[in-house]
Ligand binder design. Structure first.
Ligand SMILES: [Zn+2]
Length: 477
C-alpha cells in the first residue's frame, strides 16, 4: 500500500519587544538568572497583568503578512498545567478567540509553488528555563524568560514532505525577519518548532493517528526528524502495527525519534478565558495603520529585482536572503545604477569576505557607499578591474574608502600614452628576438609584452591603451 505523509507545524517565535508581554521587565537575552523578574512574571498572588501594546502590533503585522483574517475581538485564555518553570501554574495564551486565523503563504519547491494554509496565529507568554545540574543532582530555574512574548503560528496539515516542512519554516522565518519582529534564531531558541505527523493511504481523506515531534531546534533536525518519523510510521502500518498518539523527541546522536510521553488533548489543559484581562478589541483604524506600514517582503523584493533591475532569478534569490542584504543592494544601486555589476560584486567578493570573517552584512567593513564608489572608479577608467580586486581586499581589511586607498597606495591606473609608450619602446629594445617572432607572424608574443608592461607598472597600466600601442609598435618596421 502507498502512504502519503500529512504534516502540520506549530511554530513559536519570540517577539523582539523591549519588555515582556504583561509586565515591564526587560526581555534582553543573557542576563544573570532571575534578574529580569517582578511580582507579575513570577506569578505572585494579587498582581494584575497589563498587556504590552507592541505585542499586539507585531501579531497584527504577522497576521496581515500571512493573509489572515484578524479577529477584531479576541481574548486571552489560561492554559493550566503544572511545571516548575511556570510559576503561576498556568500560561496566558489565546484559545477559542486567537488574534488571527485562516491565512496562507506560498512556498516554492523545485520551482513549483504550493499554498500552505495557516490555521491560526495567537499571542502567549513564554515559560522559564530549567537548568539541570547533574554534578549536584539538582535542577535550577531561571525566570528571566517567563513572560517573554511569543507568537504561535499553526499551519494546516498541508505539508507532505520533510522538504516542504523545511521550506515553510524558512518562509515563516523570512517573513518574521523582514517585518523585524523576531530574530528567528533557532540556535538561541527564539524560533522553535513542533511538528505533527501522520500518514494515510494515498487517495484517502481520513487522517491517521499522529505523533508530535517537540522542540526541534535546527533546520537540519526538522528535516531529519520528520523524514525519520514518516518512515517509522510507514513501517509500523505496513507490518499491521498501530501508530500510538504520543509526543516524541528527536535524538540527534542516534538519528531517531523516541517516545517522550502520551500526547495530551486540549481538554487536559482546562482552558478558560483569563478573568484578569479584558477582551482585546481592535478597531479598523489600528488594522489599517499596521497594513500601511508592512514593509516590502521577500517575494515582492525578489520580483522587483527581476523585473525592475533585470537580474537573473538566482541573483534575486540570493540578494533577498536577508532584508539587510537586500537593503545593501538597493542602496548601492541608488548610487551606481548598474544592478548586475553590483550583484556580481556582492555575490562574489563581498559575500566571500563576510564568510571568511564570519560576519553578517550589517557588520561589513565595506559600506554600500564605498562599494558603489569602487565601481565608479572602474567605470571612469581610474583603476582596472584587476586593481579593483586589490583595492577591495584593502577595503575589507581597513574599511577605508576606495579613493583613499588608491591615493595612498598609488594604485591609480596609468592611462598616459607617453608613459606607456616609453615602457613599450624600452621593452622592444630589450626583447628584440621576441619582436622579430611577432613580425614573422607569431602574434601570441603579444601576450608576453602585455605581461611585461603590466609587471613594470605593477598592474596599473590601462589594458586597452597597452594593447593598442603594443600592436601599433610591434607592426612597425
Ligand atoms: Zn516582570
Amino acid at each position: 500500500m502507498e502512504f502519503e505523509p500529512v504534516i502540520g507545524l506549530e511554530i513559536h517565535a519570540q517577539l523582539k519587544t523591549e519588555t515582556k508581554i504583561f509586565c515591564g521587565c526587560s526581555t534582553s537575552f543573557g542576563a544573570p538568572p532571575n534578574t529580569h523578574v517582578c511580582p507579575i512574571c513570577l506569578g505572585m498572588p494579587g498582581v494584575l497583568p497589563v498587556l504590552n501594546k507592541k505585542v499586539v502590533d507585531y501579531a497584527l503585522q504577522m497576521g496581515i503578512a500571512t493573509n489572515c483574517t484578524i479577529l477584531k475581538k479576541n481574548r486571552f485564555a489560561r492554559k493550566n498545567y503544572f511545571y516548575p518553570d511556570l510559576p503561576k501554574g498556568y500560561q496566558i495564551s489565546q484559545y477559542e478567540l486567537p488574534i488571527a486565523k485562516n491565512g496562507y503563504l506560498d512556498i516554492e519547491i523545485e520551482d513549483k509553488k504550493k499554498r500552505i494554509g495557516i490555521t491560526r496565529i495567537h499571542m502567549e507568554e513564554d515559560a522559564g528555563k530549567l537548568i539541570h545540574d547533574p554534578d549536584h543532582n539538582m535542577s535550577l530555574v531561571d525566570f528571566n524568560r517567563t513572560g517573554v512574548p511569543l507568537l504561535e503560528i499553526v499551519s494546516e496539515p498541508d505539508l507532505s514532505s520533510a522538504a516542504e516542512a523545511e521550506a515553510y519554516l524558512r518562509k515563516v522565518r523570512s517573513i518574521l525577519r523582514y517585518l523585524g519582529i523576531s530574530d528567528g534564531n533557532m540556535e538561541e531558541g527564539s524560533f522553535r518548532c513542533d511538528a505533527n505527523i501522520s500518514i494515510r493511504p494515498v487517495g484517502t481523506k481520513k487522517l491517521g493517528t499522529r505523533t508530535e515531534l517537540k522542540n526541534l531546534n535546527s533546520f537540519k533536525h526538522v528535516g531529519n526528524s520528520i523524514y525519520f518519523e514518516i518512515n517509522r510510521q510507514k513501517e509500523l502500518l505496513s507490518e499491521n502495527k498501530e501508530v500510538i498518539q504520543e509526543t516524541r523527541l528527536w535524538d540527534a546522536d542516534k538519528n531517531r525519534t523516541c517516545s517522550m510521553r502520551g500526547k495530551e488533548d486540549a481538554h487536559d489543559y482546562r482552558y478558560f478565558p483569563d478573568p484578569d484581562l479584558l477582551p482585546l478589541v481592535i478597531d479598523d483604524e489600528w488594522i489599517d495603520s499596521v497594513k500601511k506600514n508592512i514593509p516590502e517582503l521577500r517575494d515582492q523584493k525578489k520580483e522587483r529585482f527581476i523585473n525592475e533591475y533585470g537580474l537573473p532569478p538566482a541573483d534575486a534569490r540570493l540578494l533577498t536572503s536577508t532584508r539587510e542584504l537586500a537593503l545593501f543592494f538597493d542602496e548601492c544601486v541608488k548610487k551606481f545604477n548598474e544592478p548586475k555589476q553590483i550583484s556580481n560584486w556582492i555575490m562574489g567578493p563581498l559575500l566571500g569576505l563576510l564568510n571568511s570573517k564570519g560576519i553578517t552584512i550589517e557588520e561589513s567593513p565595506v559600506s554600500f557607499e564605498n562599494l558603489a564608489d569602487l565601481l565608479k572608479l572602474i567605470e571612469k577608467d581610474l583603476i582596472s578591474g584587476k586593481i579593483a580586486k586589490t583595492v577591495f581586499e584593502e577595503m575589507g581589511e581597513t574599511g577605508k574608502s576606495p579613493e583613499k586607498i588608491v591615493k595612498e597606495k598609488g594604485l591609480a591606473q596609468v592611462s598616459d600614452s607617453s608613459v606607456i609608450e616609453d615602457i613599450i619602446l624600452n621593452l622592444m629594445v630589450e626583447n628584440a628576438g621576441e619582436v622579430e617572432k611577432y613580425r614573422q607572424g607569431k602574434t601570441k608574443v603579444l601576450g608576453f609584452f602585455v605581461g611585461q608592461v603590466m609587471q613594470k607598472t605593477r598592474g596599473k597600466a590601462n589594458p586597452g591603451i597597452v594593447n593598442k600601442l603594443l600592436k601599433e609598435h610591434l607592426k612597425k618596421k
